[in-house]
Design a protein around this ligand. Structure first.
Ligand SMILES: NC(=O)c1ccc[n+]([C@@H]2O[C@H](COP(=O)([O-])OP(=O)(O)OC[C@H]3O[C@@H](n4cnc5c(N)ncnc54)[C@H](OP(=O)(O)O)[C@@H]3O)[C@@H](O)[C@H]2O)c1
Length: 252
């Protein structure tokens, strides 16, 4: 029986990815900043461990307690929307600490066991916002685009050890707690940019375009982990697939 460790399982995609793998006979180490035994269906194959991806001691402890794993999914992340001018550098660092450095730190912690066993898969969840520029998302997009570049280069250095590193790019998923969590991160948007922000919120509320569902992301992660021939990056969700098809040739 194979084991997968997933970050950010308290809600949204992480929760769905954990359920998906449990239902298909995997052992799941579902990690959360604050462990919640009720976040997932009870199973003898499920372990819930505390893990804050911004805390080195927490990463070390979780990886140690998890024991040998076959796959890692770096899903934990925070959304953020504001102008660059309206965002203190300290807040920008906070976003990068979770979305970018958190992904690197957890990956770094599992590589030794993967390398020793000459097997293992790392799936990093980024976003289709990295495929085209969007208003007031410069900071969030940069934090995720860095993970795209990191993953593609990392895949090359890990390939000789039999380790795969791939990307899953979800589209817009209003069904998760992401939007709500992102709003909590937002400080005051400067008056000069308030009109832009309002336009974005109204467009989201009024949109009838296809969106991404957590199940789309779970399926894309499943393919990335279980199919050795899976593409280096997989869009997840109807909108994500359309965005990926329309991207600039050579991008990603
Ligand atoms: N929803 C979207 O539209 C969308 C689109 C593209 C990509 N994404 C990406 O998909 C991933 C999952 O997002 P989601 O939509 O499922 O949002 P979500 O419901 O807000 O889930 C995010 C998860 O990340 C966790 N997290 C945040 N900071 C953490 C930290 N320092 N250490 C460990 N866990 C932490 C949260 O835990 P807490 O409960 O402790 O806060 C939560 O479990 C994120 O990386 C996000 O950037 C989302």
């Amino acid at each position: 029986m194979k084991t997968i460790l997933i970050t950010g399982c308290s809600s949204g995609f992480g929760q769905e990815i954990a359920s998906h793998f449990l239902a298909r006979g995997w052992k799941v180490v579902a990690t959360m900043r604050v462990p919640d035994e009720d976040a997932l269906p009870r199973s003898e194959h499920l372990r819930i461990l505390p893990l804050d991806v911004t805390n080195a001691a927490s990463i070390r402890a979780a990886v140690e307690q998890a024991g040998p794993i076959d796959a890692l999914v770096n899903n934990a992340g925070i959304g953020f929307l504001n102008s660059l001018e309206g965002t203190p550098l300290e807040k920008i660092r906070e976003i990068f600490e979770t979305n970018t450095f958190g992904t690197m730190a957890v990956t770094q912690a599992v590589i030794p066991q993967f390398r020793e066993r000459r097997a293992g898969v790392i799936v990093n969840v980024t976003s289709t916002v990295t495929l085209r520029p969007l208003l007031l998302l410069s900071i969030y997009t940069a934090s995720k685009a860095a993970v795209n570049a990191f993953t593609r280069s990392l895949a090359l250095e890990l390939q000789p050890f039999g380790i795969r590193a791939t990307l899953v790019l979800p589209g817009y998923a209003p069904g998760t707690r992401f939007g709500e969590n992102a709003r909590a991160q937002m400080l005051g948007i400067p008056d000069e940019y308030a009109g832009m922000a309002q336009k974005i919120f109204t467009a989201w509320e009024e949109s009838t375009d296809p969106v991404t569902h957590a199940t789309d992301v779970a399926e894309a992660v499943w393919t990335s982990v279980t199919d050795p021939g899976a593409p280096a990056f997989l869009p997840a969700g109807a909108d994500a697939i359309a965005w990926a098809a329309a991207r600039t040739p050579g991008q990603l």
